[in-house]
Design a protein around this ligand. Structure first.
Ligand code: ADP
Ligand code: ZN
Length: 515
């Protein structure tokens, strides 16, 4: 039901075509509460006008991709029976100076003709970045576009029945001029859903598919910390596809679990031809992680370990936070870094050689150690000081121009401290693996034979040194698991980046549990 306008590139979804309402949006109750009144503004601007109230013109929605910002904006329009214009900030950014600016003017003109309506500008940061800090100095086109947007925002009157909603996940890079009163002066945060939110979102989307009776969505919600609404919607759809491929009438837990892993870490690549040598090396690598995971007290509990390739990785060790991770603790971070070292060390024990398969582990461990030192105040040496702001290593423009807020001496201290943490974790991991070499070997051998082991199987080997229960493995019924990280394929440095971990270390993210 979308129409395209020649010049502006904005797409209009007419009010009779937009069926989205608030009941389609779940798990983001705070954000929903905040936008409730916007419906009233759109439906009944006169009511506010009479009282002399100033209706907000611009609302900025801030949140990670897939948290439902577009959906929420659509629901506002749907509830208010208003038209819905959508355009992406990147559509404004053109090669030719002046084109973006004329598109902005055109879009506002269109919007005025179709009141009441809501204009949704996705990725506002593409136009709205801080001026004068672009890569290579100024960017005339972008600045002209931004100026046009500011002029239009100032020029229209929200009594006309137009509300502008802009979305971004990087509010910190926006030009302050955009955030002034009368422009995008309302900010609504759309967060990743917590466990109850995830269940609610799953329920909304489960209405569209057929689930088996024994499917318990709360179990899936518990096993997906850090998942966005979009990922949860995708999970159900992937599970439905899997069930159809298997000729099942209904979606079972097995399909949901498989879909969960696929949505986050890419599809299993059972067909990837792996040499015996690669398989054995991967088995040792993962065995190193898995044995440490079981031995170290403060890691998130092991869920399963596998040498079935998935996405970019040849194998993975998955651990499961018991609940949403709201905080990171020092002992947990140190043990996790230590576990991360286990893959490389086990490889070396096995062959006396090492591979590039630990690149992802190294990246993740470094990130964690650096955050401990520069953001979490967990290094006695550096103290409870934040170094480098929290957006030090973000992309483009402003960040590159921004000077470090600490001295060269401090930079050196930070590097030393990060290295000290990692080296200590490495030594501890090496000691543990050396002391338990026979167990690592037994896990590696079991992995080579069965490809996937669940936690109880690894625990048994670590406890008794032998493996007596070859069933279970990948088909376990324990339900969904939490965090997982993976090892990039070894032996091919040229085109395999270490996996991009959004796991970051934000308060809402699941603890990174490296493989
Ligand atoms: P964003 O704009 O924040 O990137 P979207 O609104 O485009 O996210 O989300 C993409 C899809 O994911 C939606 O169309 C919907 O199917 C699903 N989704 C995301 N968030 C939610 C939510 N809170 N409730 C229900 N579904 C959601
Ligand atoms: Zn690894």
């Amino acid at each position: 039901g979308a129409m395209s306008f020649g010049k502006s590139k904005a797409r209009l979804i007419n009010k009779d075509k937009n069926k989205i309402t608030f009941k389609d949006v779940a798990g983001v109750d705070e954000a929903k509460d905040e936008v409730f009144e916007l419906v009233d503004f759109l439906k009944n601007p006169k009511k506010f006008q009479k009282l002399g109230a100033r209706i907000p013109k611009g609302i900025l929605m801030v949140g990670a991709p897939g948290t439902g910002k577009t959906l929420l904006a659509k629901a506002i329009a749907g509830e208010a029976e208003a038209g819905f214009f959508t355009i992406s900030g990147s559509d404004f950014v053109e090669m030719f100076v002046g084109v973006g600016a004329s598109r902005v003017r055109d879009m506002f003109e269109q919007a005025r003709k179709s009141t009441p309506c809501l204009v949704f500008i996705d990725e506002i940061d593409a136009v709205g970045r801080h001026r004068g800090h672009g890569l290579g100095g100024g960017n005339d086109e972008r600045e002209q576009t931004l100026n046009a947007l500011l002029v239009e925002m100032d020029g229209f009157d929200s009594q006309e029945g137009v509300i502008i909603v802009a979305a971004t996940n990087r509010a910190d890079v926006l030009d302050p001029a955009l955030l002034r009163p009368g422009r995008f002066d309302r900010r609504i945060t759309v967060s990743l859903p917590d466990v109850r939110g995830r269940e609610a979102i799953l329920k909304v989307h489960a209405k569209k598919v057929k689930l088996a009776k024994d499917v318990d969505l709360s179990v899936i919600a518990r096993g997906t910390p850090g998942y966005s609404g979009a990922e949860l919607a995708n999970l159900l759809n992937e599970a439905a596809l899997l069930a159809a491929i298997k000729n099942k009438k209904r979606i079972r837990m097995t399909e949901l679990e498989e879909a969960r892993d696929k949505v986050r870490w890419g599809r299993e690549r059972r067909s990837l031809a792996m040499s015996e040598e690669d398989k054995t090396r991967t088995a040792w690598h993962e065995a190193g992680h898995a044995v440490l995971n079981v031995l170290l007290k403060h890691c998130h509990p092991l869920h399963k370990v596998t040498i079935i390739p998935r996405g970019q990785s040849l194998g993975s060790t998955m651990s499961l936070p018991k609940e949403d991770v709201l905080n990171h603790h020092k002992l947990q971070l140190l043990d996790t870094i230590c576990m991360t070292m286990g893959g490389r060390i086990a490889e070396e024990v096995y062959s006396g050689d090492i591979s590039s398969g630990a690149a992802g582990d190294i990246q993740q461990a470094t990130k964690m150690a650096r955050a401990m030192v520069t953001q979490f105040g967990m290094s006695a040496e550096l103290g409870m000081v934040q170094y480098g702001g929290d957006n030090e290593y973000v992309f483009l423009g402003r960040d590159m121009a921004q000077a470090k807020d600490y001295s060269e001496d401090t930079a050196q201290l930070i590097d030393e401290e990060v290295k000290r943490i990692i080296n200590a974790a490495y030594d501890r991991a090496k000691q543990n693996i050396t002391d338990n070499q026979d167990k690592v070997k037994a896990v590696a051998e079991a992995l080579k034979e069965h490809e996937t082991l669940d936690a109880s199987q690894v625990e048994e080997i670590v406890k008794t040194g032998t493996f007596s229960k070859p069933n279970g493995g990948s088909d376990n019924k324990k339900g969904m698991t939490g965090a997982q990280a993976s090892t990039p394929a070894s032996g091919d440095v040229s085109d395999k980046e270490p996996p991009e971990t959004d796991s970051g270390l934000g308060p809402n993210s699941p603890a990174p549990a490296p493989a």
